[in-house]
Design a protein around this ligand. Structure first.
Ligand code: NDP
Length: 386
């Protein structure tokens, strides 16, 4: 394929877990994909190495104090170097960009994603917080701008794959699988004293620190219920979370005739990342395959909302609606970081989130500005509660 026809990808968060794996996929298919824009938060070293290897048209380092370092290191290359939050919004609107992969973490993903949608770029969505915070607004913008959102999250990619060719058939139920994380079998007493180091050892997935903690608390699954609701236009009551510790069935859809269609594979994020970039084609890969004889069994359980109160808080925010999921997300970002830094106990995270949901004002149909204000105010409240 000549340069003109390659898909030009803007990776928001190229230095993270999803971002680096996306670059592996792009690197394996230089004839199909071009890393056109790369962006990092603070990791200037890795961004510089990635830029030298992939020679993108532009890079952004969000942390402005690192700008001079990146600019000087890339001075001999034809790479435009920008910094700051505003630049993130601008680069994803660059004319040649075809696909924006939103692989940055947290609320920081919202504004660039909205900017990319307004510029009518296809979105490969990893940054689930965007849909958690502002699912209604983002979905409406996608419809208005006729923008496709291709899920990168493994569960949502599985649901998406289960729905291929089923456009005219109604969904009865979504079966959203969860590994259960490292504390799946812990007693309530054991949960009192778990540490960040324990929580960061996920049994099946190697991910960034924030989502690994969210997986341990199962807040991640609550977020994914919200994400699925907006991506697939299904009421939350019809999304059933099922704990499946082997992480082989990545999720499934039950149709009105009782048939269940799911997608299976090894827990390897490169599979859904590659599909989001190559869709509608599947590309040949050498990613690890399931060894069915060694796997032996696949098991399924009901999640325990008492032992995983963060998941219960997510359900509460879903029922409250309006701005509540934004409050849920902001409070969670504060306690998640505090837990990693040893300033908050594991079970205390849900208490702070609960308090924020109770105390923050209820907002119906918030605008982008409302979300920005609600996020800021909730962070202040959550910080003061710690
Ligand atoms: P990482 O923490 O590994 O990477 C986050 C990326 O975002 C890094 O490139 C980081 O830059 C950048 N970043 C962080 N804060 C900012 C900011 N304020 N402004 C600009 N850039 C920023 O996260 P993951 O890759 O694990 O996750 C990314 C997203 O994908 C999350 O929303 C997560 O929920 C979702 N996801 C991840 C999965 C996984 O397997 N990792 C699976 C499914 C979904 P730097 O490091 O340079 O500071």
């Amino acid at each position: 394929m000549d340069n003109e026809n390659k898909k030009k990808i803007c990776i928001l968060g190229s230095t993270g877990s999803i971002g680096t794996q996306a670059l592996e996929v792009i690197g394996a298919h230089p004839d199909l994909f071009e890393a056109y824009v790369l962006t990092a938060g603070r990791n200037a070293d890795l961004l510089i190495r990635q830029a030298r290897r992939f020679q993108p048209a532009a890079v952004v380092i969000a942390d402005e104090t690192k700008y001079a370092e990146v600019r000087e290191a890339l001075a001999d290359l034809p790479v435009q170097v920008y910094c700051g939050e505003e630049a993130l919004c601008q680069v994803c609107q660059m004319e040649p960009v075809d696909v924006v992969l939103t692989a940055l973490v947290g609320f920081a993903g919202l504004r660039p994603t909205v900017a990319a949608i307004k510029a009518r770029k296809t979105i490969a969505l990893a940054n689930k917080e965007t849909l958690v915070v502002a699912g209604e607004l983002v979905t409406r913008l996608c419809l208005e701008n006729r923008v496709a959102v291709l899920p990168v999250d493994s569960e949502h990619s599985a649901i998406f794959q289960s729905l291929m060719g089923e456009e005219d058939n109604a969904i009865e139920k979504i079966i959203l699988t969860a590994s259960g994380g490292p504390f799946r079998t812990f007693s309530p007493e054991q949960m009192q004293t778990v540490t960040a180091a324990q929580a960061l050892r996920h049994p099946n997935w190697d991910m960034g620190a924030k989502i690994t903690i969210d997986s341990a608390s199962m807040m991640n699954k609550g977020f994914e219920v919200i994400e699925a609701r907006w991506l697939f236009d299904v009421e939350p009551e019809r999304i059933q979370v099922v704990v499946h510790p082997q992480s082989i069935l990545h999720s499934a859809v039950e149709f009105e005739d009782g048939a269940v269609v799911g997608q299976m594979g090894m827990p390897d994020m490169k599979i859904p990342i590659q599909l989001a970039l190559s869709y509608p084609k599947r590309l040949k890969s050498d990613f690890p395959r399931v060894d069915w004889y060694r796997l032996g069994q696949m098991t399924f359980e009901e999640p325990d909302l008492k032992r995983f109160p963060c998941l219960a808080q997510a359900y509460r925010a879903i029922a409250m609606g309006g701005g509540a999921p934004c409050v849920l997300n902001a409070a969670n970002e504060v306690v998640n970081l505090a837990f990693r830094e040893g300033r908050c106990r594991f079970l205390q995270m849900a208490d702070v989130i609960s308090e924020c949901l109770s105390r923050m004002p209820r907002l119906d149909a918030p605008t982008l500005e409302d979300y920005l204000a609600l996020d800021r105010d909730t962070r202040q409240l959550a910080t003061s509660l710690l």
